[in-house]
Design a binder for this molecule. Structure first.
Ligand code: LLP
Length: 428
C-alpha cells in the first residue's frame, strides 16, 4: 500500500502525494487510483496461477479505462468484457483481441458480429438463442469462433442476493441439473460457426468462503467428464469466473489469490484424475479483488446536521451517483478524515450525499471526530470496483474523475464530466 498517514499532522499521502494537494488540483469528489497497488495485485494473481496452464482475465465491469487496459496488458493479464462498449475500450487501448473474452446473458446481434469481426479470443455463450446467433455471425464472416458455455452449477453463494449468480432461480447460464447444459454442449458441437473449447462458471461476487468455488470446480469437471463419455470429446478449457471478496471494513477477512489458486487447482487435479481427464487450461476472472482496494474516493464535507439522540448527518459533495453500492446492496464502507489531525471525541455519523432522497447514503455508520467542519476532506477506501463503473448522472450530477497516482505523479485518466457533456447529449 502506498497510503501513509502522519499521526502528528494528520497529513495523508498516497504514492507520495498529499491528498489535500490532490483535492486542490483535481477537485472533489474524485476517485484516486493507486497504479502501483493495482499492478501489484495483477502480479499477485499472475503469480498465484503461474505454475499452471492458466490465464487471469480481469473483469472489466469492475472498472475499465484505457489506462487500466494498458496496465493489464503490460502485466500480462487478459480482460473480460460484457458489452460492446467495454470491448471498444479494451480494443482501443491495444489489448490484443485474442486476449479478450466476451460475457453477457443477452449480447445483441450487433455485439456478437462486432466481437467476431474483432477476432476476440472467447465468447462465453449464455443461451440457446445466442449460440445460433453467434454461429450465424461467424459463418457470415467465414470464421469459427471459440466459445465457452456458461453453466449454472447450482451453488448458493453466501453474498447479497443481487450478486449471487449460480443458484437455480436467476437469469445466467445453462442449468447443469436441469439438463440444459448437456443440451447446449450437444448443439454447440453440431454448429460449424463455433468451436466449443470449454465450460464457464461464475458463482457470484464478494465471496469469502472457498467452498462455493470448490463445488463449482467439481461440477464443471463433472460436466467435462460427461461430455467425454457422451461425445468422446475432451474440452480443453475451464473458466471458474471471479468473485473473490475484498475487505471493505476491518470486519472483513478476505482470501488471497494464492489461496484460491491452491484450492481450485487441487480440486481440478483431483477430479480430473478421478475421471481420467487431462487437466484443462484454467481461467479466472477477478475484478473487485484487483481494482477494489486500489482506489478511494475523496469528498469534501458540506453540511453537518446533528440529530439529538440519533446521529450526525455529514453531507459530502457526491453520493449515490458516484457510489450506489450502499443503497443497492447495503454495502459497508469505512471513512476517515484526511485533511488534518483531530483528537476530538468520536461522533456517531452517517455520511450521506447531495441527492434528493434519503437512501442516498455513502457510509451508514461511522465515527468521525466531533470537531468535523465544512471544508474537511473525507476519504472512503476500497471504492475502485463498481463505483465509477456504476456511477450515474442522477440529478444531473457530473461523474467524478479518476486520478491515477504513481511515484509522486498524478494524472487524470478519466476526466470529470462537465455541464457541456450533459448538454451535448440533450439534443432536444
Ligand atoms: N466474471 C463474471 C462472468 C462476472 O459476472 C463477474 C461479476 C466477474 C467475473 C467479476 O466478479 P468480481 O471478481 O468483481 O466479484 N455490482 C456488484 C457486483 C456485480 C458483479 C457482476 N459480475 C457490486 O458492486 O458488488
Amino acid at each position: 500500500k502506498t497510503v501513509t498517514r502522519d499521526e502528528a499532522t494528520g497529513a495523508v499521502t498516497v504514492a507520495g502525494l498529499d491528498v489535500r494537494a490532490l483535492a486542490e488540483q483535481f477537485g472533489t469528489p474524485a476517485y484516486i487510483l493507486d497504479e502501483e497497488d493495482f499492478r501489484s495485485r495483477c502480479r499477485a494473481w499472475q503469480q498465484a496461477f503461474s505454475h499452471l496452464d492458466a490465464d487471469v482475465y480481469y473483469a472489466g465491469k469492475a472498472f475499465l479505462s484505457r489506462a487500466v487496459v494498458r496496465w493489464l496488458h503490460e502485466e500480462g493479464l487478459n480482460v473480460d468484457v460484457c458489452s460492446g462498449g467495454e470491448l471498444t475500450v479494451a480494443l482501443s487501448a491495444g489489448m490484443p483481441p485474442e486476449r479478450i473474452a466476451f460475457h453477457g446473458n443477452n449480447k445483441t446481434r450487433a455485439e456478437l458480429e462486432y466481437a467476431v469481426k474483432a477476432g476476440i479470443g472467447h465468447v462465453v455463450v449464455d443461451s440457446f438463442e445466442e449460440l445460433v446467433r453467434l454461429a450465424w455471425a461467424a459463418d457470415q464472416q467465414g470464421v469459427r469462433q471459440k466459445i465457452l458455455l456458461r453453466v449454472t452449477v447450482g451453488v448458493e453463494a453466501h453474498t447479497h442476493e443481487f450478486i449471487a449468480t449460480a443458484h437455480e432461480d436467476q437469469k445466467f447460464g445453462f442449468s447443469l441439473t436441469g439438463g440444459q447444459a448437456a443440451e447446449a454442449v450437444r448443439r454447440a458441437l453440431t454448429l460449424d460457426g463455433v468451436e466449443l473449447v470449454g465450460i464457464h462458471s461464475h458463482i457470484g461476487s464478494q465471496i469469502f468462503d472457498m467452498a462455493g468455488f470448490e463445488v463449482a470446480a467439481r461440477r464443471v469437471v463433472g460436466l467435462l467428464a460427461e461430455v467425454k463419455r457422451e461425445h468422446g470429446v475432451e474440452l480443453p478449457e475451464i473458466d471458474l469466473g471471479g468473485g473473490l471478496g475484498i475487505a471493505y471494513t476491518s470486519d472483513d477477512d478476505p482470501r488471497e489469490p494464492q489461496e484460491i489458486a491452491t484450492a481450485l487447482t487441487e480440486i481440478v487435479r483431483r477430479e480430473c484424475a478421478a475421471e481420467g481427464l487431462a487437466i484443462p487450461r484454467l481461467s479466472v476472472e477477478p475484478g473487485r479483488a484487483i481494482v477494489g482496494p486500489s482506489a478511494f474516493t475523496l469528498y469534501e464535507v458540506g453540511t453537518i446536521k446533528p440529530l439529538e439522540g440519533l446521529r450526525t448527518y455529514v453531507s459530502v459533495d457526491g453520493g449515490m451517483s458516484d457510489n450506489i453500492r450502499t443503497a443497492l446492496y447495503d454495502a459497508e464502507y469505512s471513512v476517515a478524515l484526511v485533511s488534518r489531525a483531530s483528537d476530538a471525541e468520536p461522533m456517531l455519523s452517517r455520511v450521506v450525499g447531495k441527492h434528493c432522497e434519503s437512501g442516498d447514503i455513502v457510509v451508514r455508520d461511522a465515527f468521525l471526530p466531533d470537531d468535523l467542519a465544512p471544508g474537511d476532506l473525507l476519504a472512503v477506501p476500497a471504492t475502485g470496483a463498481y463505483c465509477r463503473s456504476m456511477a450515474s448522472n442522477y440529478n444531473h450530477a457530473l461523474r467524478p474523475p479518476v486520478v491515477a497516482v504513481r511515484d509522486g505523479q498524478a494524472r487524470v485518466v478519466v476526466r470529470r464530466e462537465t455541464e457541456e457533456d450533459l448538454l451535448r447529449l440533450d439534443v432536444g
